[in-house]
Design a protein around this ligand. Structure first.
Ligand SMILES: *[C@@H]1O[C@H](CO)[C@@H](O)[C@H](O)[C@H]1NC(C)=O
Length: 320
């Protein structure tokens, strides 16, 4: 069927998200697994945001970025997982036209913002470790606010553009999206209008949202690792190295899979794996970031413990 032939067909008012094609018995297993992931992600991120927010001595750039990241990630997983969980138990796969675009808008906004925020965090660590004498003057509260605000705004703007462009396309005939959420590439594939322009917009905005942050992050971590290698004590060196390499690993997985899915032109072999790659940046990163960034940090762990003890004391005094 050619694209012009389909124009006369009925307009799409609802999409079907095919999700993961599995046997029914596996649906319940997937439900339990993803529910566990969702609960861990939300608990970890909300705990971090609360601890940062309520502890005045954690009001330093590093922790403020972390607080922002946690809030962002709680919203980010919530755009995708609850809908997926519901479809596992109800087996209902439909999503309204507007619902689908709303999901894509929030997903793209938060993914873009996360991408910038992660690079701001690595820049902050770079200044702290490689320019310790100038850290306080360079990373002042003004710059910290500017960097966090810019991340959020960049996400909002980039996503508004891509969503706007996709909304100009006509959707008629086929409405089955072979994915577990409303994503750009599967949506374009369904459209019956010419998608070339929309593909270019995606390429440009996708690159703008991933390449500069990725380069900044890589440069920061390379400088940090070179600095660490100069530390004379072996234990100090290996500890700092472990922290850094774990940050670097998660960050690279996040940017790497985003780039594979959105920027690299698709060969058919990669196309089939898109769903799997998407799992990394939509579900894996938000779940492990809280552990990687905060639970290895002594200052943060102490603040967390104090917070939990305070909560516990509050409960016991109320009971007596
Ligand atoms: C997010 O960042 C801003 C600016 O740095 C800060 O004022 C705010 O408290 C942060 N939010 C959280 C929850 O940490």
């Amino acid at each position: 069927m050619s694209k012009t032939e389909t124009i006369n067909q009925t307009m799409v008012t609802e999409f079907i998200l095919l999700g993961f094609k599995t046997v029914p018995e596996l649906q319940i297993v997937l439900f339990v697994v993803f529910l566990g992931i969702y609960l861990v992600t939300m608990a970890g991120n909300i705990l971090i945001a609360t601890v940062v927010f309520t502890n005045p001595n954690l009001h330093k750039p590093m922790y403020l970025f972390l607080g922002n990241l946690s809030i962002l990630e709680s919203c980010y997983t919530s755009t995708i997982l609850p809908r997926l969980l519901a479809s596992f138990i109800t087996n209902y796969k439909g999503i309204s036209f507007n619902g689908c675009f709303l999901q894509f808008y929030f997903f793209a906004f938060l993914a873009g913002a996360e991408s910038y925020l992660l690079s701001a965090m690595s820049y902050d660590r770079y200044l702290a470790i490689c320019k310790p004498l100038h850290y306080a003057t360079l990373m002042n509260s003004m710059l910290c606010i500017q960097l966090s605000l810019t991340s959020w705004i960049a996400g909002i703007v980039a996503s508004a553009f891509t969503t706007g462009f996709t909304l100009q396309l006509t959707f008629c005939g086929h409405n089955e999206i072979d994915h577990f959420f409303c994503d750009y590439t599967p949506l374009l594939r369904l459209s019956c209008s010419e998608t070339q322009q929309a593909e270019i917009v995606m390429m440009v905005l996708g690159s703008a949202c991933t390449m500069p942050p990725l380069l900044l992050t890589l440069t920061s971590y390379i400088c940090i690792i070179m600095m660490i290698l100069k530390i004379p004590s072996t234990t100090g060196r290996s500890k700092a190295f472990a922290t850094c390499s774990s940050h670097l690993t998660v960050v690279s997985i996040f940017y790497g899979t985003l780039i594979i899915v959105y920027i690299i032109p698709k060969s058919s072999a990669l196309k089939g794996l898109n769903k799997v790659f998407s799992l990394f940046y939509t579900i894996l990163t938000p779940m492990i970031n809280p552990f990687i960034y905060s639970l290895r940090n002594r200052e943060f762990k102490e603040a967390c413990g104090k917070q939990l003890r305070k909560l516990y004391n509050l409960r016991t005094t109320q009971e007596t």
